[in-house]
Design a protein around this ligand. Structure first.
Ligand code: B16
Ligand code: MG
Length: 211
């Protein structure tokens, strides 16, 4: 008898690779602000909210104190407008390997599914990918005070699904996300990052990994 009743998915890096578009938009913003960022710095932004990502970029350029909260909000919106243009053409072809088959497998086994993403664009991206209907609950980060690595996003996800932490498994690609799962006492599958179970890619996801 399986004890896992629910799976909570991160979005970016687990279901689709939008990280490259986040990076492009942040890189353009950083260039405008006269701050150098590269792909290795970008690793720190994975799973981190839009505003916190911008603050990390400003801090990296020693410019955090140079901007008011209103200016930070405006710059974050500007980045998001460019990001939305970059993801305009996302389709089901952009699902990461094995994801659709895994979703079908979980659905057939009546395992509940939720999205625990830091992205405010999550519902729109899921719609473009054609997989919105698999998910019984999508965390609305507009109502979450503390983003990853705080446990709040994942605690909201299991509450939304009506399951206990011990009955859920979370899938994450970012260190901040694995830390959030640990704090929520939800066991983790790490994709390219160390979790309770660690996989090199989404292609290895399958139902037999769930206890
Ligand atoms: P948005 P995840 C995260 O998604 C991304 O990894 C992170 O780079 C991004 O800043 C964050 O969403 C917020 O996204 O600007 O669309 O609200 O990995 O938690 O699915
Ligand atoms: Mg992610």
């Amino acid at each position: 008898m399986r004890t896992t009743k629910a799976v909570v998915f991160d979005l970016d890096g687990v279901i689709t690779d939008t990280a490259k578009y986040h990076y492009l938009a942040w890189k353009n913003m950083a260039d405008k602000l006269g701050i150098q960022i590269d792909e290795s710095f970008n690793e720190q932004l994975k799973g981190v909210s839009r505003i916190d990502s911008l603050k990390r970029i400003l801090a990296h350029g020693n410019k955090l104190d140079a901007y008011s909260p209103e200016e930070i909000e405006r710059l974050a919106n500007e980045k998001n407008e460019e990001y939305k243009v970059l993801i305009e053409d996302v389709t089901a072809a952009d699902l990461l390997p094995g994801i659709e088959a895994f979703l079908q497998e979980l659905k057939a086994a009546s395992i509940k599914m939720a999205i625990g993403s830091a992205s405010k664009n999550a519902p729109m991206i899921l719609e473009k990918l054609g997989i919105l209907d698999y998910f019984e609950y999508i965390v609305d980060v507009n109502h979450i005070v503390n983003g990853k690595p705080a446990p709040d996003i994942f605690l909201d996800a299991i509450q939304g699904l009506g399951v206990k932490a011990s009955e859920a498994v979370g899938i994450e690609d970012a260190e901040a996300g694995i830390e959030a799962l640990q704090k929520a006492q939800i066991s983790s599958i790490g994709i390219g990052v160390i979790g309770d179970t660690t996989l090199p890619s989404t292609a290895e996801l399958n139902i037999s990994l769930l206890s």
